[in-house]
Design a protein around this ligand. Structure first.
Ligand SMILES: Cc1cc2nc3c(=O)[nH]c(=O)nc-3n(C[C@H](O)[C@H](O)[C@H](O)COP(=O)(O)OP(=O)(O)OC[C@H]3O[C@@H](n4cnc5c(N)ncnc54)[C@H](O)[C@@H]3O)c2cc1C
Length: 404
């Protein structure tokens, strides 16, 4: 049995500590914060979407997404459920295979994982920022105050750059760069989008249910349905976050990205057109801005009129083509994506330590023996829906099970 240091008491670090301690290793975890798993409280909107029924390698991205295959084969959905049931968390499956604790409280996951780690006797060192890792004569970590700890193996589980106030501020990349690792350029994932501005500032805070599509060669692709939240920079909401990975990958490859918003998802375009024609005939005296009240959220009316570059005139003056264009704009509001929010706003960091330098079966560094790398710090990011936490668990499991 060996002495193992884990840097970072986030999702992957705590998971690795439990599996290693169950196997009888001496496990020391160094965490810069005053408590473990700070980020987990914020996951899944405070409910912690900790896995997904449909875990597949297709849900992961990076220069080599097949890197995840071995780890998720050995620790897939079933294994995740077994582990969490075993520590007292009953699963609840909601939409799209997303799995949460039945309590719908992320704090339950933090509590049960930490009770398990403490019961097993994992040694946690809080307020302990690791500033250097050394493998010269001894394998050791050096803390911010120059106190040193030695071990046989060192696991880096310091996360990426998402939500830096939780402790994952990207310093882990430096720790590993100093040991010879290279970094695939990072960018945010599962993040809000910046849009070409159609008076959006004025409707910031407005939320509507709707479909969002990516437009490819003038065709709607990659549809998502959820609340769409307009903000002063663009759009947010679950569907936007879900689609953001695809959008950002497109933008980074130099494509112009257009999205389409269906602002009236509960009615078909031809029915809407028919209804508008009748309504505008019966209410011909009303201005367009008045006639649309009761059909769409009134905050959006001015935006639509400006989008179409129409005058706000009495609807009796509108041609059939004008009315057709109005129903089209409401069902297929196209807007260019001009950017996205920063790494600290994203839910995950895409890019990171190159997976070419990590053994996919053991998570051991191919550059430095006895060094292991797990979780989000490496060039793997998952889709929205429990895939990122699952990667933290699965990579921790692969690493911990390889250490005898
Ligand atoms: C708002 C939000 C919501 C999310 N919701 C979900 C969700 O519902 N489902 C899902 O699957 N994923 C979700 N994620 C993503 C998921 O939380 C992460 O992918 C996952 O936590 C990564 O685990 P990790 O162990 O690699 O890193 P982290 O959980 O980020 O842990 C890293 C730890 O290392 C510590 N650390 C860093 N540097 C040092 C150092 N030098 N010395 C000591 N300690 C250090 C940090 O303080 C931190 O505690 C969400 C993320 C965010 C930001």
């Amino acid at each position: 049995m060996s002495k193992i240091i884990i840097i970072g008491a986030g999702a992957s670090g705590v998971m690795a500590s439990i599996i290693l301690k169950r196997k009888g290793h001496d496990v020391l975890v160094f965490e810069r914060n005053e408590k473990p798993m700070k980020k987990i409280y914020a996951t899944g909107n405070g409910r912690c979407n900790f896995t997904n029924r449909n875990i597949e390698y297709k849900n992961y991205h990076g220069e080599n997404k097949k890197f995840v295959m071995s780890a998720i084969k050995n620790f897939g959905y079933e294994e995740a459920i077994k582990f969490f049931n075993g520590i007292g968390i009953k699963e609840l499956e909601l939409e799209n295979g997303k799995v949460y604790p039945m309590s719908l409280q992320a704090s339950s996951v933090v509590k049960q994982m930490n009770l398990e780690a403490e019961k097993l006797g994992v040694k946690f060192y809080y307020n302990s920022y690791v500033k250097r890792i050394e493998f010269s004569k001894k394998n050791k970590v050096v803390l911010y105050d120059n106190v040193e700890f030695e071990a046989d193996n060192i696991i880096v589980a310091t996360g990426g750059r998402a939500m830096e106030k939780s402790g994952s501020d990207g310093n882990g990349y430096k720790l590993l760069e100093n040991l010879g690792h290279s970094i695939v350029q990072t960018h945010p994932g599962i993040v809000q989008l910046r849009l070409e501005n159609y008076d959006l500032k004025k409707i910031s805070g407005t939320k509507i249910p709707g479909y969002i599509y990516l437009i490819d060669k003038n065709k709607k692709t990659y549809e998502q349905f959820s609340d769409i939240l307009f903000t002063d920079y663009g759009v947010s909401g679950p569907g936007v976050l879900q689609i953001s990975g695809e959008v950002i990958r497109g933008m980074l490859s130099g494509k112009e990205i257009i999205i389409s918003l269906d602002l009236l998802s509960y009615i078909k375009e031809d029915e809407l057109f028919k209804y508008l024609k009748i309504n505008f005939k019966e209410n011909g005296f009303k201005y367009l801005s008045e006639a649309l009240v009761g059909i769409i959220n009134d905050k959006l009316i001015k935006v639509i009129i400006n989008y179409l570059k129409y005058e706000d005139i009495a609807v009796s003056n509108l041609s059939k083509e004008n009315i057709f264009n109005i129903s089209k704009a409401l069902k297929d509001f196209r807007v260019e994506v001009t950017g996205y929010k920063s790494e600290k706003d994203g839910q995950v960091t895409c890019g990171g330590i190159s997976t070419k330098e990590i053994d996919p079966k053991t998570m051991e560094s191919k550059i430095q023996k006895n060094l292991y790398i797990i979780g989000e710090i490496m060039d793997i990011d998952g889709d929205c829906g429990g895939y990122n936490l699952h990667w933290a668990w699965a990579s921790a499991n692969a690493c911990a099970n390889s250490l005898n």
